[in-house]
Design a protein around this ligand. Structure first.
Ligand code: ZN
Length: 108
């Protein structure tokens, strides 16, 4: 996969670097797209399960009970290799390690 600028997989918006967010009881590094999708960064690339749960909770506005009750058919999700330094997905990092970026969007 070729490296390319960070873009929402659902609406093709170009997105900013993930930022540190404190939301209710959550602390994460990520962002929100105008289409309603959210993205969460896993800096190490090794905590994907945990980050995925954070993304689900974040897209449910911090409602963890609702996040846990979601069926896989209730949302779309995609994860990318991500280089925080260049704000690019895919490709190989110029320096340091690749993290993972998880996108989740609830279906209507
Ligand atoms: Zn979007």
């Amino acid at each position: 996969m070729r490296a390319r600028p960070l873009q929402c997989p659902f609406c093709d918006n170009f997105l900013r670097r993930p930022v540190d967010i404190s939301f209710r009881s959550m602390e994460l590094t990520g962002g929100i797209c105008t289409c309603g999708s959210v993205y969460v960064l896993d800096r190490t690339g090794h905590n994907l399960g945990e980050i995925f749960m954070e993304a689900l909770t974040f897209v449910c506005r911090g409602d963890i009970d609702r996040a846990l009750a979601l069926d896989p058919g209730d949302y779309d999700s995609i994860d990318y290799d991500y280089d925080h330094h260049s704000n690019m997905t895919g490709g190989r990092p110029k320096s340091g390690k690749l993290g993972k970026l998880v996108f989740v969007r609830l279906k209507d």
